[in-house]
Design a protein around this ligand. Structure first.
Ligand code: CUA
Length: 334
């Protein structure tokens, strides 16, 4: 119905309906309240206007009345809070086996890299009906990744990863905006999300790729000499990284942290900050020596080590038995 009367941007993700429903509810509640207050103001102004010969009467408080106007709003606000929380957590929590895309924002463009290795600028191709997780960082200032048709917006910050996800529901091309003022060309920091049918997408994917991102990461890992300390046996001077990703890590200072994307990133750039229990502080920082894209590749590589099997065989987080991982190595479709 609203397609012919576009008050709203198109709805093209699984999150869009829930966000709109809550928004419409808020509009209705505020509309009714506004109406109620205006009507009461006009009515009371007329009803209790000054009349000759009538003296004003002082009315003292009324407990039932005060309870009513406290309890009813409390109930309404709790509905808004709980409903909002449900929508928020759904939008915040990427489903487990999402396809992963690394996003690097800079003044003034979006650089996107698929876990499979495809790189794009200001354009992101995704298949319809699949969960896509965005792992985002900025090379300079704060930007914000905003796709109105998906009802999705997430700030992109320098120095850390922020995550977002969506599942597109219909093929088409949708606007991508930067929604955080980031300098003179901020308004030009736009792009598009191209949602394709799965078959079309596979064809697009097949066209030209430098191999999976995790394989690039493995190469960087070797070139930087990481492998001399992070050995795959217990003899290394650094922790063995096999199977580390996604698990809790015991730190030297007694804390336990989750080995997620941000932790791996921090270990590369600021190794002393959260040192693993039982290891000496000998790792140098790679701050300034590796680009954001290279950090992403290293993270993707460490992630690929989370599942047993050869590195780069499965860039997705889904566990793959080693034998199957062997067979699918080098194949884009899995
Ligand atoms: Cu980037 Cu505004």
């Amino acid at each position: 119905m609203l397609d012919n009367f576009p008050l709203w941007p198109e709805r093209a993700s699984t999150l869009a309906g829930g966000v709109d429903a809550l928004f419409i509810f808020l509009l209705i509640v505020s509309g009714l309240m506004t109406l109620l207050i205006f009507t009461a103001v006009v009515y009371f102004a007329a009803r209790y206007r000054r009349k000759p010969g009538v003296l004003a009467v002082q009315i003292e408080g009324s407990t039932p009345l005060e309870l009513t106007w406290s309890i009813i709003p409390l109930f309404v606000f709790m509905v808004i809070f709980l409903w909002g929380a449900v929508v928020y957590f759904k939008g915040r929590t990427p489903p487990r086996d999402s396809t992963e895309v690394y996003v690097v924002a800079k003044q003034w463009m979006w650089k996107l890299e698929h876990a499979e290795g495809q790189r794009e600028i200001n354009e992101l191709h995704v298949p319809v009906g699949r969960d896509v997780k965005l792992i985002m960082t900025s090379q300079d200032v704060i930007h914000s990744f905003f796709v109105p048709a998906f009802r999705m917006k997430q700030d992109v910050l320098p120095g850390r990863y922020t995550m977002a996800w969506f599942r597109a529901t219909k093929p088409g091309t949708y606007h991508l905006f930067c929604a955080e003022y980031c300098g003179t060309q901020h308004s030009g920091m736009i792009g598009s999300i191209v949602v394709m049918e799965p078959a079309q997408y596979e064809a697009w994917m097949g066209g030209g790729s430098g191999g999976p991102l995790s394989a690039t990461g493995e190469k960087i890992f070797a070139e930087l000499g990481c492998a001399t300390c992070h050995r795959t046996d217990a003899q290394g001077r650094g922790p063995n990284l096999q199977g580390v990703f996604g698990k809790p890590v015991q730190l030297e200072d007694g804390r336990t942290v989750m080995a997620d994307e941000n932790y791996i990133r921090e270990c590369v750039l600021d190794p002393g900050a959260k040192r693993v229990k039982g290891f000496q502080p000998i790792m140098p920082t790679f701050q300034g020596l590796v680009s954001e894209e290279q950090v992403n590749a290293l993270v993707a590589y460490v992630k690929s080590l989370a599942t047993p099997g050869p590195a780069g065989a499965s860039s997705a987080a889904a566990p793959v038995p080693p034998s199957k991982a062997q067979q699918t190595k080098g194949s884009q479709v899995n």
